[in-house]
Design a protein around this ligand. Structure first.
Ligand SMILES: [Zn+2]
Length: 291
């Protein structure tokens, strides 16, 4: 069994996602808030992108959470751009706290089928009402995401929360959730978490991203998220359901997938930060598993 000897809790990977920023700042000021949660590991706190935090902006030069592929790391022996300089460390477990404007609840994003992150996330899905598990498999050396520089990681996406702002209820839930991960890491190191009975969980697995309707890639978007779909993250979308509304009031319907699949579960619906990435939502498939 692999022990978790060091854990990084990171906030501010995106500088305007303020829950993680304030959580890490609070714990830096008051270590007693977390220091007894996981005595078997060294817990480090990290403000991932201080310059973007100061600006209260997602990033300065590059999106930090897309800057971590081995290609980026290898290409930058003397990184010029600010965000690349922070991408080098390796750690056993990284908990990276983000916010989203979408109605994602307490979304736990797993990038690999790691035995600890699966078991701990399943326990949290039992304990917290709004937890959702999103599995977004990443080839670790190719992945651009911050968390994948660690041996295991969970990207915690909390929403809906406007970027640049705080939400007291979500802050408190996030703090409880991150503390529980630390306690469960300690339970893992004692060999006890592994002995818990399997837990039935809903898993939403990435299928593909869906862009906004456009004539060509650089032209303006031709439609908005349909009002019937707005806020309905993790709800089933069936062939024939409304997805977009054009600016002259026409509905655009979901047509199903090329492989014949007729329903999907959209998430990150209308996320503001994804307009520049041309992502209107991510489509996932739902499964029920024993973790
Ligand atoms: Zn983020």
């Amino acid at each position: 069994m692999r022990l978790i000897k060091n854990i990084v809790v990171a906030g501010g990977t995106h500088g305007n996602e303020r829950t993680g920023v304030r959580l890490v700042e609070k714990w830096m000021e008051r270590p007693e808030c977390y220091s007894t949660c996981c005595p078997s590991a060294e817990v480090e706190l990290e403000l991932s992108n201080p310059e973007a935090i100061r600006l209260n902006r997602r990033y300065r030069d590059h999106d930090l959470n897309r800057a971590f592929s081995q290609v980026c790391l290898d290409a930058q022996n003397e990184p010029q751009e600010y965000e690349f300089r922070r991408a080098r460390d390796k750690t056993d477990l990284l908990l990276d706290v983000h916010n989203t404007g979408s109605n994602m609840g307490l979304c736990l994003i797993l990038s690999a089928r790691d035995p600890f992150t699966m078991k701990a996330s399943a326990v949290l899905a039992q304990e917290f009402k709004d937890v959702r598990i999103y599995y977004q498999p990443e080839e670790r050396s190719m992945s651009p995401y911050f968390g994948t520089v660690a041996k295991a990681d969970v990207c915690i996406e909390i929403g809906p929360q406007q970027h640049g702002t705080l939400d007291a209820r979500l802050f408190e839930e996030t703090e409880s959730l991150v503390k529980r991960y630390l306690e469960l890491a300690d339970e893992w190191n004692r060999g006890e978490l592994q002995k818990r009975a399997p837990i039935q969980v809903e898993v939403f697995t990435q299928l593909r991203d869906l862009g906004y309707p456009k004539a060509w890639s650089l032209s303006p978007i031709e439609a908005m998220i349909h009002p019937d779909l707005l806020g309905r993250d993790f709800c089933e979308l069936k062939k024939g359901d409304k997805v977009f509304r054009t600016f002259d009031g026409k509905d655009i319907l979901y047509e199903g997938e090329a492989d014949g699949r007729t329903s999907v579960w959209p998430i990150f619906i209308n996320e503001p930060a994804y307009y520049e990435k041309d992502i209107a939502m991510s489509l996932t498939v739902r499964s029920v598993e024993e973790w």
